[in-house]
Write a new protein. Structure first.
Length: 263
């Protein structure tokens, strides 16, 4: 993508000048305000298939300059939505070593330490994510809040390689692992709404599912994520740290946010 950033002159307030959808409707992320949520008893538990990848598969871990991205095989998919949504990649949003809050979605204005997104595309209707990314029913993203607490061995399956992709456009192959272990235990409690990509081109093409329960990683793991990466290329003279890569909450307008839980 282009040279958009999260701060400074090419920051999010300028995105709509090059990416018109960023200034449009149905934007993400949003703030989940508990008094405006609507309980929907028909929302089924999320069911994922083939997330337990075999270790002799390899995944590409990369630094996009905007996030750390793990490619995922399309035989992983979500089976509990109206169409089959096949996995494409997962990536993260985080704060910084000084500001430990970097989630994109918030709950009653409260921001978590970070947020993981598992991006899927509608493989019933589109051959690949590039064909799906700008269609109203193209994408489904699973959002997982991250908070600081217990060490998380599942995240270390690829966090330990993070120093191999310190600079923009660096990529390495890592052994696959059980991606289900990155998700919270309960997949039946979540927020659901129609939204967009949270980065340019901000297409309003995402069915968002954000799980209610966060997962935890240790402070050491969080600091590794928040301090290891650069948004600049290895050969650039000026190094630009990659942190605070979260978009601020957008207007909900008259969208309804559904929840699959009562209390
Ligand atoms: N928060 S978010 O909206 O889920 C989200 C990001 F935050 C994010 F950084 C990315 S990116 O890493 O590709 C860098 C900027 O596009 C994506 N990519 C998606 C949408 C764009 C095209 C594409 C093509 C192949 C695989 C994934 C994607 C993204 F969807
Ligand atoms: Zn994201």
């Amino acid at each position: 993508g282009g040279k958009w950033t999260y701060n400074g002159p090419d920051g999010e307030h300028d995105w709509s000048s090059k990416y018109p959808f960023c200034g449009g409707a149905f934007q993400s992320p949003i703030d989940f305000q508990t008094q405006l949520l609507r309980y929907d008893p028909n929302l089924p538990p999320i069911q994922v298939q083939n997330y337990n990848l075999s270790t002799n598969e390899q995944l590409t871990l990369g630094n996009t300059g905007h996030s750390v991205l793990l490619s995922l095989p399309s035989h992983m998919y979500i089976s509990s939505l109206p169409h089959r949504y096949s996995a494409a990649q997962l990536h993260f949003h985080w704060g910084s070593s000084s500001l430990l809050t970097g989630s994109e979605h918030t709950v009653n204005g409260n921001r978590f330490a970070g947020e993981m997104h598992v991006v899927h595309f509608n493989s019933d209707k589109y051959p690949n994510i590039s064909m799906a990314v700008d269609k109203h029913d193209g994408l489904a993203v699973l959002g997982v809040f991250i908070e600081i607490g217990e060490f998380n061995p599942a995240f270390d399956k690829f966090f330990k390689y993070i120093n191999g992709i310190k600079y923009r456009d660096q990529k390495i192959q890592v052994p696959a692992f059980n991606v289900r272990a990155l998700l919270p235990a309960r997949l039946d409690e979540y927020y659901r709404y129609d939204g967009s990509l949270t980065t340019p081109p901000c297409y309003p093409s995402v069915l968002w599912t954000v799980f209610r329960k966060p997962v935890t990683i240790s402070r050491k793991q969080f600091l590794a994520l928040a301090t290891a990466l650069y948004a600049s290329h290895a050969q650039d003279s000026a190094t630009v740290p990659l942190h605070g890569n979260y978009r601020k909450p957008q207007l909900t307008d008259n969208r309804v946010v559904l929840v699959s839980f009562k209390d």
